[in-house]
Design a protein around this ligand. Structure first.
Ligand code: ATP
Length: 438
């Protein structure tokens, strides 16, 4: 099967099985039969997802003067979720099939036919199902102790708006960013990690004067679409879809989704919304704290508008995986952008003698101060290259018989499979250029 020739189902299955075989993603608590909608990242997967998150953080927080970060608690005062509207309306319409007992989102049913057993017109009435996970805080399990696992990270940002304004040097327009876990009791988790019950979000709330909101909305749509391209996602598979007026939440002045052509269909990676002043107004009303902002240059007080780019770390990771996956006649290869690749370089002694392993270990010690690298001396060199291709490692550094004489190594490039000779003393500079400049 070739990556382009196989059916989309086969392609997805091949990716899922590669993930398991190579320690990228496992089913959560698999030895007990798993838990629907929950996933674990293995040794390679955790590096991959960290790279996605760290590049997002670097680009959105570290490299910008107008965005700061926070890390808020997952459990919050339940009033937060009343103010945000989640307690009353974060629901999915749900029906049960009376034939096979399957449960589905009513708006996903086509021609009133059960997607599992095929029976027609056998559904229960639509019921509304709140997607928030409920728990109790403290020893008493009564209504006064109810708390929720946050279904999105952004409310922690809104609740801290005043704290951040009062403690940092930020001035509107500015943003607050956060990466963290979110939980939704999705009715129908599916498509591998795409729709999970526990997942991570990378969200940023950009506060602007109301009149500047349309400008910043345009800016963030473009910026966020291009972010995925910068890390190697293919342009022809990435789309920016503007929402119709009828799709918009009642408070939103505009919304667009960054969508990716997954093997299971074109689906949302990230939403960018102009949420107006809705959130800060709601929290002002519910908390009785004035969350307006005083703008010194204009001597005006106002409630800022918010532009929100809201991305899923797991969905982005899945898109990078799917996009990178290729099957060729001789090998399976993950063509990750070097900044996303879990392992940046593998260090391989050609044979296990003549001082080559020792030299390779010394190189590994030097390189691992900079990147996640991997030492492998097991098996034929061709097989070792293939294993690294499958892990998406962009560079293999081979120590051979000449290395001791000319103090250099062979660097093999994953994609073109070409090789070049590089002096050991220049290896860090060479790889830095190759990774940063890619
Ligand atoms: P969908 O329509 O797919 O349910 P949504 O519009 O409800 O998504 P948002 O509330 O806008 O999603 O959340 C922002 C981002 O969080 C999404 O673009 C997605 O990347 C991520 N996300 C949301 N729900 C899930 C989930 N169940 N599993 C994994 N990621 C998710």
């Amino acid at each position: 099967m070739s990556g382009t020739k196989g059916t989309t189902d086969q392609r997805m299955q091949a990716i899922v099985s590669l993930c398991k075989r190579r320690g990228i993603i496992f089913q959560s608590s698999e030895i007990y039969g798993g838990l629907n909608g929950c996933w674990d990242y293995g040794p390679l997967g955790v590096e991959l997802k960290r790279n996605v998150k760290e590049n997002w953080w670097r680009d959105n927080v570290i490299l910008r003067d107008d965005i700061v970060g926070v890390d808020c608690s997952i459990l919050m005062n339940p009033r937060v979720w009343e103010a945000s509207g989640h307690v009353s309306s974060f629901t999915d319409p749900m029906v049960d099939c009376m034939q096979c007992k399957g449960r589905f989102r009513a708006d996903h049913i086509v021609n009133n036919q059960c997607p599992t057993c095929g029976s027609k017109d056998k559904f229960t009435e639509v019921r509304h199902f709140n997607l928030m996970f409920k728990t109790h805080v403290g020893a008493l399990e009564d209504s006064s102790s109810i708390a929720y696992l946050r279904p999105e990270t952004c409310q922690g940002i809104f609740a801290n708006f005043d704290n951040v304004v009062n403690t940092s040097r930020v001035k509107v327009p500015f943003g607050i960013a956060q990466i963290g876990k979110a939980f939704r009791n999705e009715i129908n988790p599916r498509n591998f990690t795409f729709r999970s019950r526990e997942f991570e979000q990378m969200e940023m709330e950009f506060f602007t004067p109301p009149e500047e909101a349309p400008k910043w909305f345009e800016y963030w749509k473009k910026e966020r679409y291009e972010w995925y391209l910068r890390y190697g996602i293919k342009r022809e598979r990435l789309h920016l879809r503007e929402h119709e007026k009828t799709e918009l939440a009642h408070y939103a002045a505009g919304c667009a989704d960054v969508e990716y052509d997954f093997p299971f269909g074109c689906s949302e990676l990230e939403g960018i919304a102009n949420r107006t002043d809705y959130d800060l107004k709601q929290h002002s009303a519910f908390s009785k704290k004035d969350l307006s902002y005083f703008d010194q240059p204009t001597n005006k007080r106002f409630i800022p508008y918010v532009i929100e780019p809201s991305a899923g770390a797991d969905r982005a990771t899945l898109a990078f995986l799917v996009d990178a996956y290729e099957e060729e006649a001789e090998r399976t290869v993950l063509r990750f952008h070097p900044k996303i690749a879990p392992i940046k370089a593998a260090i391989l002694p050609l044979v296990n003698k003549d001082g080559m392993p020792e030299m390779a270990e010394k190189i590994q010690s030097a390189l691992k101060r900079h990147w996640n690298v991997f030492f492998d001396d097991k098996g034929a060199i061709g097989r070792r290259y293939r294993r690294q291709d499958e892990a998406g490692t962009p560079f293999c550094v081979t120590v051979d018989g000449e290395s001791a004489k000319d103090n250099s190594v062979t660097v093999r490039h994953r994609d073109a499979m070409n090789q070049e000779r590089v002096g050991i003393d220049h290896l860090v500079t060479f790889l830095t250029k190759a990774i940063q400049g890619a």
